[in-house]
Design a protein around this ligand. Structure first.
Ligand code: C2O
Ligand code: CU
Ligand code: CU
Length: 609
């Protein structure tokens, strides 16, 4: 197949779900069929509280105008799934609550069907059919013309990472992008350490003063409160340094083999600081697992997904420049303005893999281990391969599962990770696309992005000593108490007049308030409830947790290992349990949608003696 035919096939198969929609209006009429009149203008409406476009499918004559009337109390966007070659959507307009706007870009489209969605509420989807002449703009798959970069590894006991400005080759053409980096690259170096191997990482703040004080959290790891990257204390001030200590042990034993990431965690600034580039990966290896013969070396590839938007000069946009405005003070914080909750989702137009837009990786026709991390601010991905080849999930971010789970798509909310094996046997000479395709409306994962992430260029077969394990040595799980010790309810608080905030148990984050106390050495069972209209990605610090129940049932096979982050769709309830081990002091529970975290959706619990 030629590249363009392959692209066309992929578009037909995955991106253009529209062709399979029962509502499809049939093939567009011939441009000169005078009997058919396509409207020169069309209107989409979002009714109050509906979280849906009406109608779901809209037809427009080529060159015509599309208007969105937003009768809702939330902002919405009309954003095309299809992109130009440079990765920007063909149309992407944000329509504030209670206003209407023309969707610019639509007038230039060529004949065809265009799926669109709302970036802020990605479960809202629709289809635009353009009939007749019109423009010449057509969707393009990314051309995958830059190689994947695997961040360099740091393996020492003592590691120093300067936080500094650097230019990073993110987009394939044009100038490199200026970012705030860990060690001069984005992502920062991948730290690879043996389980139980005491590790000290010194972060030196060499970023401009306007970056303010920073703090580094090693997400998923178990370590002392003072080394946890507290949002308001133990900060790293400009020009200063701080050493974080990670023993990589749990209850005195080596930690399970895991896939963590480190990132900035400064209160109210986490979204901005991560957007600018303060993110890196961390792998904990357990040498006793060598006998499992999982793929290693160049066939063990960490992949960090994160979306960003760019100006025409390739610099990052600054979604945080215009607020929202914070009102009130500790204990009663709220936000006003167009980017106040719930309209505060930061969604980038380009999804990057290891800091590159639409990269490719040459692989042999053998098995590979992919460690998938969703480091995005808001977006979820339902990750799979374009030819339908399954992923064999062997672990979470916190260790192996008891047995592998065969997955067509792996759904990851912000901060979630999955450890998977892909078998490229039989794909010799093919180009496969790692993509994200949302589930059908109403199903779990309907809010995932629809996007081509990267390409695997599969070469010849090669010797492969790896095996597909039937059983895995997974970490022990705690015995679960019958009683729930604490319920955490995630919702929206405040009012449009006095300011809104994301809330946990009705309150916005206050670093000085202790929202729960857990006793060291005891096992607790917690209930997490999402009573809001939006999905949240709930993360708990300090310990590694067992998922007890999801919506009253035993969790799915891939959620039966250790976890630290759960996706909760509207109305969902998840129960989790852990034993509080080793460390006392303050720790955080929060939504890992970083704007939600910055806008109140965080709480503090203290482990006490
Ligand atoms: Cu990945 Cu509290 O953070
Ligand atoms: Cu919306
Ligand atoms: Cu959230």
């Amino acid at each position: 197949m030629t590249t363009s035919r392959r692209r066309a096939a992929w578009l037909a198969g995955a991106l253009w779900v529209v062709l399979a929609l029962p509502l499809a209006a049939g093939p567009p009429s011939a441009p000169n069929a005078s009997a058919v009149v396509s409207p020169a203008s069309a209107t989409l409406v979002v009714n109050r509280g509906s979280l849906a476009f009406s109608p779901k499918e809209v037809t427009l004559g080529g060159g015509g105008t599309l208007t969105l009337v937003n009768l809702d109390s939330f902002d919405h966007t009309v954003t095309s799934v299809a992109t130009a070659t440079d990765g920007t959507p063909l149309f992407d307009v944000r329509v504030p609550a209670g206003t209407s706007a023309t969707i610019t870009g639509v007038e230039a489209l060529a004949e065809g069907s265009y799926a669109f969605y709302c970036k802020l509420h990605p479960q809202m989807r629709g289809v635009l059919v353009v009939e007749g002449g019109g423009g010449s703009v057509t969707p393009q798959l990314p051309s995958f013309d830059q190689p994947l970069v695997v961040p360099r590894k740091k393996r020492g006991t003592e590691i120093t990472i300067p936080m500094r400005l650097a230019r990073v080759r993110v987009l394939p053409t044009g100038p490199a992008t200026r970012m705030w980096t860990y060690g001069g690259t984005y992502p920062g170096p991948t730290i690879v350490r043996p389980a139980g191997g005491e590790t000290r990482v010194r972060f030196v703040h060499r970023l401009p003063r306007r970056a303010g004080a920073l703090t580094v959290h090693l997400h998923g790891d178990h370590h002392a409160s003072e080394h946890d990257g507290q949002p308001t204390t133990q900060l790293v001030r400009p020009g200063r340094a701080r050493t974080y200590e990670y023993p990589l042990t749990y209850g005195g034993l080596p930690e399970p083999s895991s896939f963590f990431f480190y990132h900035d965690h400064r209160m109210n600034r986490t979204a901005r600081n991560n957007w600018r580039g303060l993110q890196g990966m961390f792998v904990v290896k357990d040498s006793s697992q060598a006998s499992l013969r999982l793929p290693t070396g160049l066939r063990d590839v960490p992949l960090m997904l994160a979306d960003r938007s760019f100006r025409t000069d390739n610099e990052l946009t600054n979604p945080f420049a215009h607020g929202p405005r914070m009102v009130g003070h500790h204990g009663a914080m709220a936000w006003l303005g167009p980017r106040a909750p719930p309209d505060d989702a930061t969604v980038g137009t380009h999804v990057l893999v290891n800091g590159r837009y639409a990269p490719y990786l040459r692989v042999s026709a053998t098995r590979y281990r992919l460690r998938l991390l969703n480091a995005s601010h808001f977006s979820s991905y339902a990750i799979g391969l374009s030819d339908g080849r399954p992923l064999l999930q062997i672990g979470t971010g916190n260790g192996l599962l008891h047995k592998p789970a065969v997955r067509q798509r792996v759904l990851l909310g912000p901060a979630q990770r999955a450890d998977v094996i892909v078998d490229f046997h039989g794909a010799n000479g093919k180009n496969l696309v790692l993509d994200s395709v949302p589930a059908a409306t109403g199903e779990t994962g309907a809010d995932a992005r629809q996007v081509a992430l990267m390409q695997f260029r599969v070469g010849a077969e090669a010797p492969d000593r790896s095996r597909l394990p039937a059983r895995l040595p997974s970490p022990d799980l705690v015995r679960v108490p019958a009683k729930v010790s604490k319920t955490w309810t995630f919702d929206l608080g405040g009012s449009h007049r006095h300011g809104t905030f994301w809330s946990i148990n009705g309150q916005a984050f206050d670093p000085g308030r202790v929202d729960h106390r857990a006793r060291l050495g005891t096992v607790e069972r917690w209930r997490l409830r999402n009573t809001s209209d939006m999905t949240h990605s709930v993360h708990i610090h300090a310990e590694q947790w067992r998922t007890v129940l999801r919506d009253g049932r035993r969790p799915p096979p891939w959620e039966r290992g250790l976890e630290d982050t759960w996706r909760l769709e509207p109305g969902e309830v998840v129960e989790v349990a852990t034993r509080f081990e080793d460390y006392t002091g303050p720790f955080m529970i929060h939504c890992h949608m970083l704007d939600h975290e910055d806008h109140g959706m965080m709480a503090r619990f203290d482990v006490v003696d």
